[in-house]
Design a protein around this ligand. Structure first.
Ligand code: ZN
Ligand code: ZN
Ligand code: FE
Length: 755
């Protein structure tokens, strides 16, 4: 007796070769029927012996194509219609639009082999791709994922490409970016003045390598935007790029041609290796074992951000010079968003780059390279973007579509609908007007391509945040507005990732976030559920002279800490006109908000230790402090910073300052002081956590906040808490910095919608 079922599959199932996979899977299991795409995913009708059907269904998820991501399968019994074969039917528009796109991924091994095969018709063709690789999110303009809704719409396929596209057995069946040298996009090399220098792919590659070897700065159009490339071994060239890009400190990412090259000068562990070779092909922070690059690449740091080639063109240029090492940094000026449109590229990067490698296909979904680091073999995100966005996260039912704005720094927003959450790519800091504009247009783009017109809009509480202001504007259209405290969002993000429903002890060690009392928080121990929180402990407040701009003048924070502890008789730091001015604004409470931010505490300690005076980027001083601590000895008896027995517990910042000063007085070297400082934070954190556990009986601890990018702190705190019997949860799928805020906002908003 034959049986029939209708199956609905949701997830990333379009543009990834899902229908031909189902077709072959059906044939090999004696199943008849049909498969088709609609705006919600894939629908299939299957008829066969009950035993065959059962096996067909069971084996389906495990055999699915590499870029697919099945998020739900639902089936119901259907009528046997007596199908005589298995067919792929034309796409349909469903009542609901809820299809997902694959992220952009690295060129696959088979395409790469064809690319370097002189007999192949796509030999050295830089836009070679198949259903298992290449651009997706970056070329999508609208739903459903069909060629007409992508930036491939201006390239009609030639007969041979069309034949591949129409043949279910072909690796390029319904591959939307399918193209060849006859019909597809083309590469060209230009001067900064837009003069055409070369237009043949081979010439472009050869000349680009030549120019790079000579020290030129070349803007290269990649997947999500332009890179600025320069020889990473050429001091003068890298220094020139820093100058032109107005980026004095922030490390540059580097690309080398192969793992063997990377192994020569970097320490690479198993997890790091796997990340580098993954289809997502991110930047991974790796420890230098020998100095093979210009010191200008990452001044003063021992970790280098490295990635391997992931586009055919990148493979091409490294094949011409396998020993080359290139700086490949996002094409932008200072903190502006990545440039991804061609006319804009010549306009905005014209003063930085000497040459431009361009192609005539539009980038629609822009994005930077993703960045990860590995601690104790566990990967953590710093930036979640190309390769990962817009893969959805499975979530509990959100009831109403939610838009979460995230924060104003390191922004990434999120959309939630039915049982999915989609995080946007990294967008940057809203203080930059261009970034704010890109943020708004990207929000609109996401609402369109995921068809998720929000009914609920969530933002941070910070009155000065532009993201909050934008939420307010959208609220005028009758949407419900929800505000979430910054560190509650940090903690809730981890709860969402780990599916935690019971209250936790949430530790948010952060830059700054707006607190419910109007001060700037940032060393929070919260007893938190999704619905709310209590502040259980924090460091004591200290004045932040000049307000949040003190992020750059870290010496002012150092002075403020010393003055708080010793008054006008402060030791260590100089007494001059500038310091007198700072003391005066502290005393008169002019633009000196109070904060307990642990990020700022790191800045201040770095200043007291003379490691930093002014910095160009947030956390630069803290990074130098961590680097210094790595060279120091761990003290035999870690210092526990005194803390009160009040509610909330207050950890005495003065105690920490006097501890640092006493070590300076004893003539202990800076490396050892930096190490002792880290240990003091780690052991004090554990002591406070234990006290909170005694009071509440809560054993689950959640860690979040940008300060956990500090490896010593992260691994130290995890280790000590686990030894103490805590269950410790950290971020796995989003960064611990403010790139997680939108996810946490969604978690809190979902909770308030079910009440
Ligand atoms: Zn491929
Ligand atoms: Zn063609
Ligand atoms: Fe934060």
């Amino acid at each position: 007796m034959k049986k029939a079922i209708d199956i609905r599959i949701k997830g990333i199932v379009q543009g990834v070769g899902f229908r031909p996979f189902v077709y072959n899977h059906a044939l090999s299991h004696n199943i008849l029927g049909s498969v088709l795409n609609d705006t919600e995913g894939v629908i299939l009708h299957a008829e066969g012996d009950p035993a065959d059907l059962k096996r067909f269904l069971e084996e389906l998820p495990g055999a699915a194509p590499p870029l697919s991501m099945i998020m739900s399968v639902s089936e119901r019994e259907a009528e046997v219609t007596g199908c005589t074969g298995f067919s792929i039917e034309p796409s349909r528009v469903a009542a609901e639009r809820l299809a997902f796109y694959s992220p952009d991924v690295a060129v696959c091994d088979r395409c790469r082999a064809e690319f370097f095969d002189p007999a192949d018709r796509r030999y050295l063709y830089p836009f070679i791709t198949c259903i298992n690789c290449g651009p997706r999110f970056s070329i999508v303009r609208d739903i459903p994922y069909d060629r007409v809704n992508t930036s491939m719409d201006t390239f009609p396929m030639c007969d041979r490409c069309r034949a591949e596209y129409g043949e279910p057995a072909d690796r390029r069946f319904h591959s939307q970016p399918n193209a060849c040298p006859v019909c597809g996009p083309r590469l060209s090399l230009h001067s900064a003045g837009r003069d055409l220098i070369a237009s043949d792919g081979e010439d472009v590659a050869r000349m680009t390598v030549d120019l790079l070897r000579k020290g030129a700065i070349v803007a290269i159009k990649g997947i999500g935007g332009y890179h600025l490339a320069v020889d990473a071994r050429n001091d003068r060239a890298v220094a020139e790029l820093r100058k032109r890009k107005r980026r004095p400190f922030k490390p540059f990412a580097v690309m080398v041609g192969s793992m063997e090259e990377a192994d020569r000068f970097l320490e690479i562990g198993p997890s790091e290796r796997a990340l580098l070779l993954s289809k997502e092909s991110p930047i991974v922070l790796l420890k230098e074992k020998s100095a093979a690059l210009s010191r200008e690449v990452a001044p003063g740091l021992t970790f280098i951000g490295l990635m391997l080639p992931y586009t055919p063109f990148q493979h091409h240029i490294f094949s011409l010079d396998p020993g080359m090492a290139l700086v490949m940094t996002s094409g932008n000026v200072s903190d502006e968003p990545i440039v991804y449109r061609d006319d804009e590229a010549f306009e905005r990067l014209g003063r930085i780059a000497d040459y431009f490698v361009v192609y005539n296909r539009e980038i629609i979904g822009q994005g930077d390279d993703s960045v990860l680091y590995v601690v104790d073999e566990t990967p953590f995100f710093i930036r979640r973007s190309r390769g990962y966005v817009p893969a959805p996260f499975l979530s509990s039912d959100t009831r109403r579509p939610i838009l979460a704005m995230g924060g104003d720094l390191k922004n990434s927003f999120a959309l939630a609908r039915s049982s999915f959450i989609i995080m946007s790519q990294y967008l940057g800091d809203m203080a930059d007007p261009l970034t704010y504009r890109v943020f708004r247009s990207t929000v609109e783009h996401f609402i369109r391509i995921f068809d998720a017109e929000p009914e609920v809009v969530v933002s941070d509480m910070h009155p000065a945040y532009l993201t909050r202001q934008y939420a307010g504007e959208l609220g005028l259209e009758g949407k419900r507005l929800i505000e979430v405290q910054h560190h509650h969002a940090h903690v809730a993000a981890v709860m969402e990732e780990h599916n935690l429903e019971m209250p936790v002890i949430g530790i948010a060690f952060d830059g700054t976030g707006y607190g419910t009392d109007g001060s700037l928080w940032g060393s929070e121990f919260l007893i938190a559920s999704r619905g709310g929180f209590e502040r259980a402990a924090h460091f004591s407040n200290f004045p932040l002279p000049g307000g949040e701009s003190a992020i750059h003048d870290v010496w002012k924070i150092g002075l403020s800490l010393l003055h708080q502890c010793y008054g006008d008789a402060w030791p260590v730091m100089e007494r001059d006109e500038a310091s007198a001015g700072v003391i005066e604004i502290i005393k008169k409470r002019i633009n000196s908000p109070h904060t307990c931010s642990i990020g700022r505490l790191f800045d201040g300690v770095a200043a007291i230790l003379s490691l930093s005076r002014t910095v160009s980027a947030e956390a630069e001083a803290a990074q130098l402090l961590e680097e210094t601590a790595m060279r120091g000895r761990i003290p035999a008896h870690p210092y526990i910073i005194p803390f009160s027995d009040s509610d909330p517990i207050v950890i005495g910042t003065e105690g920490l300052t006097s501890y640092i000063v006493s070590m300076i007085d004893k003539g202990i070297n800076t490396e050892d002081i930096a190490a002792a400082f880290h240990q003091a934070i780690i052991h004090t954190t554990a002591a406070v956590a234990r006290r909170i556990r005694e009071k509440t009986g809560i054993y689950t601890i959640v860690l979040s906040g940008g300060v956990f990018h500090n490896r010593i702190l992260l691994s130290g705190i995890i280790r000590i808490l686990k030894n103490d019997g805590f269950i410790v949860c950290t971020h796995r799928v989003v960064p611990c910095n403010d790139g997680c805020i939108a996810l946490g906002q969604i978690a809190v908003a979902k909770d308030s919608l079910i009440r």
